[in-house]
Each structure stands twice: as C-alpha cells, then as structure tokens.
Design a protein around this ligand. Structure first.
Ligand SMILES: [Zn+2]
Ligand SMILES: [Zn+2]
Length: 314
C-alpha cells in the first residue's frame, strides 16, 4: 500500500499551495490594507469604502483558508481521523463564506439607512483608500498570478483579489461623483450594489462547501460516463453502488462494486478498472469490490444510483 500511495501523490499537478511564499506576502499586504481601509471607512462614514473593506477582509480570509488548509492537510491520517485533515479546507470555507454573508447583510442594511439620510463625505481620504487598494491588489496579483494557473485554491484567492479591484474602482467613481456633482446618494447606492456582490460571492463559497459536505459528485466528473467505461471492461458484468466524491479540492475519491462473470479473474478485472479510474478520470483514491453476488443489495438501494437498472440482475 505504501508504494502505491507515493504514486498517488506524485502523479497529480493539483497539490496544495505548500510553497506559497507569494500567498503569504499577499496575505500580509492585504491584511494591513484591510485595517487601513476599515479605519478610513469608519472615519469618513462611506458605505462604499466600508463594503470594500469587508470584501478585502474576506480576500484575506480566502488566502488564510488556503494556507491553513495546506498546512493542516499535511497532518497524516490516524485511527481517529482516517481521512486525514484534508477537509479542514471546507470548514475554513464555511466560516469564511458565513462571515462574508453576514457582512454583506450589514452593508446592505447600512446603505438602506443612509439612503434616507445621506451625509457629506470627505472625498480625499476615499481616493487615498482606493489608491492604496489598487496598489495592494496589483502587487498581490503579480505575486500569485503564476501559481494560480496550476492551483485551484490559489485561483480562488485570485478571484477575491479581482473582485476587490472592482471595489476600489467603485470607491473612485463614488468619490469623483461626489466631488464634481455633489450627488451624495451615490455612496449608499454603490455601497449597496457592492453589498449584493458580497452576498453573491458568499453564496458561491457556501454552495461549493455545501456540495463537498453533501459528498456530491465532483463537477468535473460525469458519473454516467465513468460507469459506461467500467461496463465495457473485459469480465465486468455490471457496475453498481457507484460513488464519487471530493475529499478536498483536487482530490476526488471513487468507490464501486463490480460484478464479474464466473470465469473472470477478479484481480485482473480490478487492475483494469483501477487503471481506467486513475488514468482516464484522475481519481486520487479508488476502492473497488469485485464480486459474483452482491451482499449489500438489501437496505442500501437508496444510495445505489444503478438500483433500477440492477432490478432484474439481483
Ligand atoms: Zn491499496
Ligand atoms: Zn455489490
């Protein structure tokens, strides 16, 4: 088993950002900028600045989750946590997404209050906040751009930074409109609009985390075509009790029962099936049961997506 394990890890390009020096630097930069921006937001009272500050906070959160998950996931599995610590990433994403949703609702509420009673805003500090944001975001983008091309977790952090970039542009628009037209409503209006962007972003994070927790089929896996591939293998009579799920992003797991013909060599069937699953469908870990008679037929029909097809076979 241990030799097999080594090829599992070496074979895939989807490892966690373990050597993420660029990630660490951009997390620090963004963290410092968050505090500055929050200060400016509270001092000026600008909803646009505050909502962008909250988004900056979730960008830091996204980077910290990716880094923390990378560190925790290196903990080896033991008898207590036999799947290891990979799924700590999902817990981090849930906290981050939940926090972002909460902040989005606060921003939208504050903007609604402010629409009734707009206040005059000092545009100089707002432009300063936006300029600081643009500088931070450009540096962060430069630092993690290359890594993001090959790493799903880093790509998530990159999306956060791009959204924050849009937030900085909104602040600039708000400040310029107030400075040149005196239209104070622009701040709660754009602040609220960005609040809905935050809500949408948190929905994406929470939905992805919920899919992982529900052990949903990974979006890149077409389970029907995997079943079809296994069914065409020599010696396979049918494929049932099929499951594919994600341990953590980039590590998909597969399990199934293969019913083999009476004359077939179960070990040879297993080897062929394993190769298809690992090489054609990129599964990180595979558990296969070869059998001539299914011992799990009764009671488990609810979690067998092929049970209607097997009805005559049992
Ligand atoms: Zn093994
Ligand atoms: Zn079975």
């Amino acid at each position: 088993m241990s030799a097999e394990k080594e090829t599992h890890i070496g074979g895939h390009g989807l490892h966690m950002p373990t050597s993420g020096r660029g990630m660490v630097i951009s997390a620090w930069l963004t963290g410092v900028y968050f505090i500055v921006e929050l200060g400016i937001g509270l001092w000026t009272g600008s909803i646009a600045v505050l909502s962008d500050a909250f988004h900056t906070f979730s960008a830091v959160g996204g980077i910290l989750v990716a880094l923390g998950a990378a560190r925790l996931s290196r903990r080896p599995a033991d008898a207590d946590f036999s799947f290891g610590w990979y799924r700590s990433e999902i817990l981090g994403a849930l906290v981050n997404g939940g926090f972002l949703a909460g902040m989005a609702l606060v921003v939208i509420y504050m903007a609604a209050m402010r629409l009734n009673a707009p206040i005059d805003l000092p545009t100089g500090p707002m432009l300063l906040a936006a300029a600081g944001g643009l500088v931070t975001e450009f540096i962060s983008l430069g630092l993690i751009w290359k890594q993001s091309q090959s790493d799903m977790n880093v790509r998530g952090a990159l999306w956060h930074i791009i959204q924050t970039f849009v937030g900085s542009l909104l602040i600039i628009v708000t400040a310029l409109v107030i400075r040149f037209t005196g239209f104070l409503m622009i701040d709660p209006l754009l602040g609220m609009a960005f609040g809905f962007v935050l809500l949408w972003a948190s929905w994406g994070i929470l939905r992805d985390a919920a899919r992982l927790l529900m052990e949903a089929t990974p979006s890149e896996i077409d389970l029907e075509s995997v079943i079809a591939d296994l069914e065409t293998l020599d010696g396979v009579r049918d494929v049932h009790h099929v499951h594919a799920w994600t341990l953590t992003s980039g590590r998909n797991v597969f399990s199934a029962h293969l019913r083999v013909g009476d004359g077939a060599d179960p070990q040879a069937v297993q080897r062929r099936a394993h190769r298809v699953l690992r090489e054609d469908h990129d599964f990180f870990f595979v558990t296969l049961q070869t059998e001539t008679e299914c011992l799990d037929e009764r009671g488990a029909e609810m979690i067998d997506i092929t049970s209607d097809r097997q009805a005559g076979n049992g």
